[in-house]
Structures are given as structure tokens and as C-alpha cells.
Design a protein around this ligand. Structure first.
Ligand code: FES
Ligand code: FES
Length: 179
């Protein structure tokens, strides 16, 4: 790793960090190579694939594009911090139950984008899910199982009154299609 030249203070997954970084490092490089949080993936490294998506002050953010010095004093949540230690987020559980991850390379970024969606909308439509995940590319699943998993997680998070059906059978959102 290049020699650190600056100190950056960031809160990651609830922990305060004050770490030395090379000034040119991105947030993604800092997470992976300084803090050892390798859940966020280094895919294209130029803003095209979404594999590096984290939550920055609650908003999905491409960490490969963000100079880490611009994250000074801000709050970051990575896939490792979506649920408390020892627990899984309903999204993670539904991805498992629905076979929504194959190679899994895209999954951490998708989970972060989906978690942000479910924070602002407890009952999203299929179209809202598709829009929220439009910046996250997956080369394996064809997306249908991903959308199903997100809608089922939304159902679990919004309470027992909501339908627990797969996205493909959700009347509000219409038929799920590969995208
Ligand atoms: S690694 Fe950041 S968008 Fe692809
Ligand atoms: S599961 Fe392989 S890229 Fe999405």
C-alpha cells in the first residue's frame, strides 16, 4: 500500500475510525485495504457496475468514485454493517431463500441499494425496486430472483398484513422480467 499522507475520520458500521490514507485513495480502497472490510467489491472501478455501493449518510454511493477525503466526518454503512453482529438483515435472508445470489459479486452492492430503498419505502412496487437497483449490474441471476427477494424482504419488514408473494405474482408491480 502507498504511504499514508493524510488522516481521515469516518464512522463505519457504527465504529469511529481515524486512519492514515494516501490522499488519492477512494472510499472503496480505504474500506478494503485500510480497514479490511472486503464486502464492498472492486468491480469496474469507474462507476459502471455498482459492486462497490455503500451507504454514505444513508444514501447509496459508489465508493469507487468517492475520494476518501470527501468522506471526512461522514457515516458509512457497508454490507458488513447492514445488520447487528450475529444477525442477518431480512434482505440477506431472502436473497438466500430465493437463490438471488449466484457468484455473489454484485450482492453486497445490491443489498446496500435495496436497504436504502426499504428505509424510504416500506412497500415498494416492482418498478420502484427495479429503479432502485438500476445502477447495480448482475451478470448471473437475470434479476428476477433479486427483485423477488427484495419484495419479500419488504413484506417481512412492513409487518404481517403485507402480502408475502414473489415479485412475479405481485399485482401492484406486474410481472417480473429479466432486466
Ligand atoms: S466498482 Fe464502483 S461502480 Fe464498479
Ligand atoms: S450473482 Fe454473479 S454478478 Fe450477480
Amino acid at each position: 500500500m502507498p504511504e499514508p499522507t493524510d488522516i481521515v475520520r469516518i464512522r463505519v458500521n457504527g465504529d469511529e475510525h481515524s486512519v492514515g490514507v494516501p490522499a488519492h485513495f477512494t472510499l472503496l480502497e480505504t474500506l478494503r485495504y485500510v480497514l479490511g472490510l472486503t464486502g464492498s467489491k472492486q468491480g469496474c472501478d469507474k462507476g459502471d457496475c455498482g459492486a462497490c455501493t455503500v451507504l454514505l449518510d444513508g444514501e447509496p454511493t459508489l465508493s469507487c468514485l468517492l475520494p476518501v477525503l470527501e468522506a471526512e466526518g461522514r457515516t458509512v454503512v457497508t454490507v458488513e454493517g447492514l445488520s447487528p453482529p450475529g444477525n442477518v438483515h431480512p434482505l440477506q435472508d431472502e436473497f438466500d431463500l430465493n437463490g438471488a445470489a449466484q457468484c455473489g459479486f454484485c450482492t453486497p452492492g445490491i443489498l446496500c441499494s435495496a436497504a436504502a430503498l426499504l428505509e424510504r419505502s416500506s412497500d415498494p412496487t416492482l418498478e420502484e425496486v427495479r429503479e432502485a437497483l438500476s445502477g447495480n449490474l448482475c451478470r448471473c441471476t437475470g434479476y428476477t430472483k433479486i427483485y423477488d427477494a427484495v419484495l419479500k424482504a419488504a413484506g417481512r419488514l412492513s409487518g404481517p398484513g403485507r402480502r408475502q408473494t414473489p415479485a412475479g405474482a405481485t399485482a401492484r408491480g406486474g410481472a417480473a422480467t429479466d432486466g
